[in-house]
Design a protein around this ligand. Structure first.
Ligand SMILES: [Ca+2]
Length: 575
């Protein structure tokens, strides 16, 4: 398997190298920097020690902050997987790039930063989680997981061909990145998108990290038992830790848990079946390690079966430990790649970015998942190491967005940023010179409703440095206003508080202005799948496209024999 895979990669690189005339000089002193864009999936800043995590040490990820810069106010424009990725690729909001929620397909015909880098002479690669349904475009080499991908024995699509690889996904994605770097065209700079699946639900750790948190419990977040008073959309969201599946999320076997004790985000989803498929992907050796770890947990659960609050808190411990153990693998693998850059003389001219596609709830407000415009999911970790920056360890408090990534990469590469990109390069901020006209507020919009999962109402809003105004739609019309300085956990909705009347008006004006400037004046009535045109899609993923009108497009199973039936199922996997 490994030999076959390596030879495919080598063939691709040789073919590409022989047909493309490099336009960028390779002289190290003045050459444009290489770009290593590392992204994890659902990795909250609360689980990075550079951000002061009280849950985990992430020494390798921290290195990027220590030797580069940390952004403390980095946010996304639409807090969900595929839309966030589309924003990063295009530098445009969801209503402009056409991918508003996970049901939409990415129009690969549009301008993206990898395409522009490739045109400027970069060798471009996309390795890991892609999740945009249509085939990647703008890459010399791509090797992506199908849909959400699997933690064990994942199936990749490598430049259009399926390859199943034994082992653990985070290690395998890293191995592919190192293979690419080893075999790259050394006459050109590279731009590698190194995108992990982890720590996405259902948080399956590597065998080597299963016991990382055994024998100790982690602190419950202050807002775990939030009553959602004054926030009906929060109360209606189906993403509570208390409702997680005992099978798919907690990894208990059916003979132990008997019946599920919560909706898990979608009542009636056959979580037990899904869990059996994930478990079956492991080798005998991997399964033995898993059984050794989860067997005693299941036995204890069977003996002292918790209920009510105790069950919710038990689920939180199970959830957070597995989530963090997945991050331990990500951190270790980021270290492998940083070491590779060092050992191969590449660190001195490689821009390294570490981020996530959005933040995540680690029990705050009683939740897991993302989507909402509240701080934990609106924000995202962002660490950037510019090897040429004058100062190390810089911390930025400027309001930055995932919208800014594409202009930033282009700026560093010396490529003109298209005028219709809506973000701004972060380069000046990284050099400690925030422009006077840097943004003081940001616009957010979430679309995915009704969807079948999580019941988060569509909403849009504005966040300034201190306040936030949100409007929820769908089957409700509710406004929320928060004072982030006095109420950082966003528990007091001040929208009707007379002392905030002036602030409320200012925020309304700001929101209206942003919607006008950004060209998004559509109301909630225009939401829904199929509302925007998509092109391309004629590639590998195009062949798997669902018939229109289905609730979800998520592939349940990556077994090629079953994949076509699975895409037509309404039973998407937990997302
Ligand atoms: Ca995600």
């Amino acid at each position: 398997m490994r030999l076959v895979q390596t030879s495919v990669l080598a063939a691709v690189l040789v073919a590409v190298g022989s047909t493309r005339a490099p336009r960028v000089a390779a002289a190290p002193a003045s050459a444009p920097p290489n770009i290593l864009f590392i992204m994890a999936d659902d990795h909250a800043a609360q689980a990075i020690s550079a951000y002061g995590s009280r849950l985990i040490e992430t020494p390798h990820i921290d290195r990027i902050a220590r030797e580069g810069a940390r952004f403390d106010r980095a946010f996304v424009t639409n807090s969900i997987c595929a839309p966030s990725r589309a924003v990063m690729l295009t530098g445009k909001y969801s209503h402009k790039n056409g991918l508003r929620d996970n049901r939409d397909e990415f129009d690969g015909g549009q301008v993206t930063f990898p395409k522009l880098l490739q045109k400027a002479g970069y060798q471009t690669a996309m390795i890991g989680k892609w999740h945009l349904k249509t085939d990647p475009t703008g890459f010399d080499y791509w090797k992506i997981l199908i849909d959400q991908g699997e933690y064990y024995r994942p199936v990749f699509v490598e430049n259009g061909k399926q390859v199943e690889e034994p082992g653990y996904v985070t290690d395998l994605i890293t191995k592919s990145v190192l293979d690419f770097l080893d075999q790259r065209d050394r006459s050109r700079p590279f731009a590698v998108l190194y995108h992990h699946k982890a720590p996405h639900r259902n948080w399956m750790p590597s065998p080597k990290h299963l016991d990382l948190y055994s024998g100790r419990d982690l602190p419950l977040p202050e807002t775990f038992w939030d009553d959602y008073a004054g926030r009906p959309a929060a109360a209606a969201a189906d993403m509570r830790v208390a409702d997680m599946y005992l099978s798919q999320d907690m990894k208990l076997q059916e003979d132990v848990y008997g019946e599920e004790t919560g909706t898990g985000g979608q009542a009636g989803y056959p979580a037990g079946e899904s869990w059996k498929r994930s478990y079956a992907r492991m080798s005998a050796e991997e399964r033995a390690a898993w059984d050794a770890h989860y067997g005693p947990i299941g036995e204890e659960f069977r003996k002292n079966r918790p209920t009510g609050r105790a069950l919710a808190e038990w689920k939180y411990q199970r959830y957070i430990k597995d989530y963090l153990a997945c991050i331990a693998s990500v951190d270790e693998n980021v270290g492998r790649v940083l070491d590779y850059l060092d050992e191969n003389g590449l660190a001195e001219n490689t821009l390294v970015v570490y981020t996530s596609d959005q933040g995540f709830y680690l029990g705050e407000h009683g939740w897991y998942d993302k989507r909402l415009m509240y701080e934990e999911s609106l924000s995202t970790p962002l660490l950037v190491r510019d090897p040429h920056a004058a100062r190390r360890g810089r911390v930025s408090n400027d309001l930055v967005l995932n919208l800014d990534f594409a202009p930033t990469f282009l700026d560093y590469a010396g490529v003109d940023v298209p005028t219709d990109m809506q973000g701004r390069s972060l380069r000046a901020l990284l050099e400690g010179q925030a422009p006077d006209d840097w943004r003081t507020s940001l616009y957010y919009r979430y679309y995915e409703f009704p969807h079948g999962w999580h019941d988060v109402r569509p909403h849009y809003g504005v966040r300034t440095r201190r306040h936030k105004l949100i409007r929820f739609g769908g089957d409700m019309d509710v406004w929320e206003l928060f004072d982030l300085e006095k109420d950082p956990h966003e528990r007091r909705n001040l929208y009707t508080d007379p002392t905030y009347a002036g602030v409320r008006q200012e925020l309304h004006d700001r929101l209206d202005a942003l919607r006008r400037e950004l060209g998004d004046e559509a109301g909630f009535e225009d939401d829904g799948p199929g509302g925007v045109a998509v092109g391309a899609g004629a590639g590998w993923f195009g062949r798997l496209r669902r018939p229109s009108g289905f609730l979800s497009s998520h592939v349940v199973d990556t077994d090629p024999a079953r994949v076509l039936t699975s895409t037509c199922s309404k039973r998407a996997r937990p997302q």
